[in-house]
Design a protein around this ligand. Structure first.
Ligand code: NAG
Ligand code: NAG
Ligand code: NAG
Ligand code: NAG
Ligand code: NAG
Ligand code: NAG
Ligand code: NAG
Ligand code: NAG
Ligand code: NAG
Ligand code: NAG
Ligand code: NAG
Ligand code: NAG
Ligand code: CU
Length: 593
């Protein structure tokens, strides 16, 4: 699959080793797999195999991925965490930086590797990565900052037995007014339930943990070993010793672990799924997955010290390897308030600032680069693309207030951001209530805890259209996303869309140019819109009552509510109660405006 490791040598200047073009040919295909040993299912793999092969590249290389879609549905690939500086169209999210690749069509992704660290590549089309189209993308440094003997990748992921499309149809459904997410059937370490690691005495291991989950959070610990965190989402940190840590979906952490000299005992690596978000625990789900750390082939394991399902790990307390003290004050400010509500289509949706994201007909970058001077007018991107216009090179502050009771992992494409502050509840504009980081760590995916807020800052120095979204795939699909458009005027002058990225639209029967509706100028007729909060006239209480009423009617008609309730009436009451609670929260937050 790796066809030409050293096919071209670019002069990159003194000190750097030879750069290469690294090519992966990925025919995206269906195949079957049974990684948890419980259920064989159709998965999305590469070249007839699953799991897809990890990618392994060095800073300075050019990565080429020849993607060819042999599925019967569209696809697209996103290299998570790549800045794609100057190549925004290579980023992958459908509707933002490209049209989906239709069946029997190919697309060449090609970009320069300017970063190092631990990343991953995954489908950015609907829930497809949860069907298996996800793989590690390891970017080596020329000289690594921290010394180690061995480099191991450890992926953790949740695993569903149903196809994502089916799960999605049940999730985004009037029969699911509380927005209960599909719950996975298993957790996998390195795509398997039987993974083990062998440790050689005295050696120091770099373990690159990648959370490729669609939904579940895991807490990682290793019996009788401490771990030193050195990297978070590709950003190096000062060496920090921890007993455990969590990773939300899409986050990565590298740790150094030194093997013991005593080989008489084996130990377990634990990945405990945090089940707090599961509306219902599926029967037979073991949330605590383990992999042996073997010093010998025997069966003598040291005592297991569970984390109790909670972690005291705090990524906000990490300190970057390159100091970030003395950052400038922000030039501009953006508020994003997270909520979940039943919208006018009857679905429970996630949203920023009370408006769910709806994918435009024309990808935002296509609009940006084909609409001329109108590109600086936010209207052309459509009313529900969550557009935030940002000036090139300004230093931005974004406050993400999470009114929902659950935590959400937010990912920003094309940048890392400093995690500068946090606080309780929804931010009300008072800076004195913010807990500030003195030397803030940066990363590309950050968890915002339930009913708390986080403050991030970053330099808008990468022109293009960048998705900002919850990485719980169910929530992204339901609308919890925004699009940061950085330097539209500069992009107009400096960039033009490669022909391939116009052709991939046409091949799929989609408009390739123009505004979000595929029209010229400000004619937005037919643009995706109108999925909004239930309009005025219904009080919040009335909305809850209405949803409960719809539900009662459905149950009355003998309809089976999805989440396999043993006692539908009891569940209906629970759902109505839950709705009432959700509504109470939203009443509280609106009345304080
Ligand atoms: C990497 O390390 C080697 C050996 O110490 C040194 O010669 C080289 O200049 C270093 N390269 C960079 C980019 O620091
Ligand atoms: C990918 O599919 C194309 C078209 O079906 C075929 O020509 C090519 O050989 C395949 N490549 C690999 C690596 O399987
Ligand atoms: C895991 O290992 C056990 C014991 O060797 C074996 O029976 C089982 O089939 C394996 N499961 C998978 C999914 O590989
Ligand atoms: C990945 O690349 C590094 C550095 O080029 C190399 O040492 C290592 O063996 C590669 N690993 C795999 C699995 O290809
Ligand atoms: C990669 O970098 C080189 C040298 O700066 C540049 O010529 C080339 O166009 C870049 N390639 C891509 C795909 O951006
Ligand atoms: C991966 O992320 C999901 C979703 O945020 C989370 O539930 C799960 O616990 C995470 N896994 C690990 C190993 O941290
Ligand atoms: C850790 O392992 C050593 C032997 O390697 C053992 O003496 C010690 O009791 C273990 N500690 C814990 C907390 O398991
Ligand atoms: C292992 O033994 C070496 C040599 O005796 C010693 O330097 C090192 O500190 C020991 N490592 C551990 C983890 O005990
Ligand atoms: C999973 O581990 C947690 C924490 O160690 C524990 O509280 C819980 O009971 C375990 N669950 C199962 C099903 O073993
Ligand atoms: C980085 O910050 C630490 C503590 O915050 C300080 O001790 C150190 O001197 C700083 N280093 C640089 C290069 O500024
Ligand atoms: C963000 O929200 C706070 C609190 O409501 C408000 O004071 C501030 O003006 C808002 N900023 C912007 C740019 O809307
Ligand atoms: C993008 O490249 C420009 C120079 O072309 C540089 O100033 C900027 O810092 C880069 N941004 C990122 C996020 O890589
Ligand atoms: Cu979410």
């Amino acid at each position: 699959m790796k066809t030409s490791l050293m096919s071209l040598v670019l002069g990159l200047g003194a000190g750097l080793s030879q750069a290469a073009i690294v090519t992966y040919n990925w025919n995206i295909t269906y195949t079957n797999a049974n990684p948890d040993g419980l259920f064989e299912r159709r998965v999305v793999g590469v070249n007839g195999q699953w799991p897809p092969p990890p990618m392994n590249v060095t800073i300075g290389d050019t990565l080429v991925i020849n993607a060819f879609n042999e599925l019967d549905v569209p696809t697209a690939l996103h290299a998570h965490g790549m800045f794609q500086n100057g190549t925004v169209w290579m980023d992958g999210p459908v509707g933002v930086t490209q049209c989906a690749i239709p069946p029997n069509h190919g697309l060449k992704y090609e970009f320069n590797i300017t970063q190092h660290g631990t990343y991953w590549i995954h489908s950015h089309y609907k829930g497809q990565y949860m069907d298996g189209l996800r793989a590690p993308l390891i970017l080596h440094n020329v000289n690594e900052t921290y010394a180690y003997d061995e480099d191991l990748t450890v992926t953790v992921a949740d695993w569903y037995h149903a196809q994502s499309d089916d799960n999605l149809n049940k999730f985004m459904n009037v029969y699911n007014p509380t927005g209960a997410e599909p719950v996975p059937q298993s957790g996998l370490i390195n795509n398997n339930v039987n993974t083990s690691f062998s440790f050689v005495p005295g050696k120091t291991y770099r373990l690159r943990f990648i959370n490729m989950s669609g939904f579940s959070t895991f807490i990682i610990n290793m019996d009788n070993h401490t771990m030193d965190i050195i990297e978070v989402d590709g950003v190096e940190s000062q060496r920090t010793t921890v007993n455990d840590f969590y990773l939300t979906a899409a986050q990565r952490i590298s740790v150094l672990v030194t093997a013991k000299n005593d080989t008489s005992t084996n130990y377990y690596l634990h990945a405990d799924m945090d089940t707090v978000m599961f509306d219902k625990m599926p029967e037979g789900l073991n949330p605590n997955i383990t992999a042996p750390i073997r010093y010998n082939q025997g069966n003598n394991f040291g005592p297991s010290a569970g984390t109790g399902g909670v972690s005291t790990f705090d990524d906000f307390a990490l300190v970057p390897y390159i100091n970030a003290t003395g950052l400038p004050n922000p030039d501009d400010h953006v508020n994003l308030t997270v909520s979940f509500e039943v919208t006018t289509d009857g679905f429970n949706r996630g949203m920023f600032n009370e408006l769910p994201y709806l994918m435009p007909k024309v990808p935002t970058i296509n609009t940006l680069l084909t609409i001329g001077n109108l590109s600086t007018n936010p209207d052309v991107y459509g009313p529900q693309s969550g557009t935030v216009m940002m000036d090139h090179l300004k230093f931005y502050e974004v406050v993400i207030s999470n009114t929902d009771g659950n935590s959400h992992p937010f990912h920003m494409h094309g940048h890392v951001f400093y995690m500068v502050g946090r606080g309780e509840g929804t931010w009300q504009g008072d800076s004195s209530v913010i807990e500030w980081a003195k030397n803030p760590m940066s990363r590309d995916t950050m968890m915002v805890e339930g009913e708390k807020f986080r403050v991030i800052r970053f330099r808008a120095d990468n022109i293009g259209a960048w998705f900002f979204h919850c990485h719980i795939d169910w929530h992204l699909e339901s609308g919890l996303a925004a699009t940061f458009i950085v330097g539209a005027d500069v992009a107009q002058q400096r960039m033009s869309l490669p022909q391939d990225f116009l052709d991939v639209c046409t091949a799929g029967g989609n408009p390739a140019t123009g505004n979000a509706a595929g029209k010229q100028g400000l004619d937005l007729s037919g643009v995706p819109s109108g999925v909004t909060l239930i309009p005025d006239g219904f009080t919040a209480k009335g909305k809850g009552a209405m949803a409960a009423c719809i539900l009662a009617a459905l149950i009355g008609m003998g309809t089976i509510v999805w989440y396999a309730f043993t006692d539908p009436e009891k569940e209906a009451r629970a759902i109505a109660e839950n709705l009432k609670n959700k509504e109470t929260t939203s009443v509280a937050s609106t009345s304080s405006d």
